[in-house]
Ligand binder design. Structure first.
Ligand code: CMP
Length: 140
């Protein structure tokens, strides 16, 4: 099905200057960038975005990391966009990520793991609405 998913290039990958290389992977896989912005997240924004993880032991470190520098946030659109993006990203822990995935190639640790991608189509809709008003998503 034609889907949309939310992708975030995290502060580590923005600092490594690989936004373009990661966008190229999306485009080569048939995913279109239909919304994007660079943003320094506030603590409240990061905590709200990751609210489902609030009780997890890694929550504070995750929030600290996500506000440590600007992130690049985009909506990707295409056939099976949610799973396709997750396949491009690889496993959450880069030590377990398959060769050739974004995390295998650009991530350093489970915290500094280069990218975020929605984990279901339902969550994708919630995450997209968290960062983009509908008028800022271009269904081209
Ligand atoms: P992300 O897809 O952005 O969703 C939550 C993030 O928490 C995850 O990527 C990781 O960067 C981070 N994280 C840190 N420790 C863990 C863990 N043990 N399990 C899952 N996610 C973790």
């Amino acid at each position: 099905a034609l889907e949309r998913t939310l992708s975030i290039i995290k502060p580590d990958a923005v600092a490594k200057n690989v936004i373009g290389e990661i966008y190229t992977r999306f485009e080569k896989a048939g995913l279109k960038v239909v919304a994007s912005k660079m943003k320094q997240l506030s603590r409240a924004e990061a905590e709200g975005f990751y609210a489902v993880h609030r009780e997890r032991p890694f929550f504070n470190a995750l929030v600290e990391f996500m506000i440590s520098g600007p992130v690049m946030i985009q909506v990707l659109q295409g056939e099976n966009a949610m799973q396709k993006n997750r396949d491009l990203m690889g496993a959450t822990n880069p030590k377990e990520a398959a060769a050739g995935t974004i995390r295998a190639d650009f991530a350093d640790s489970i915290d500094a793991n280069a990218v975020h991608g929605s984990d279901s189509v339902e969550n994708a809709a919630i995450e997209i609405a968290y960062f983009f008003p509908a008028t800022d998503v271009y269904a081209r």
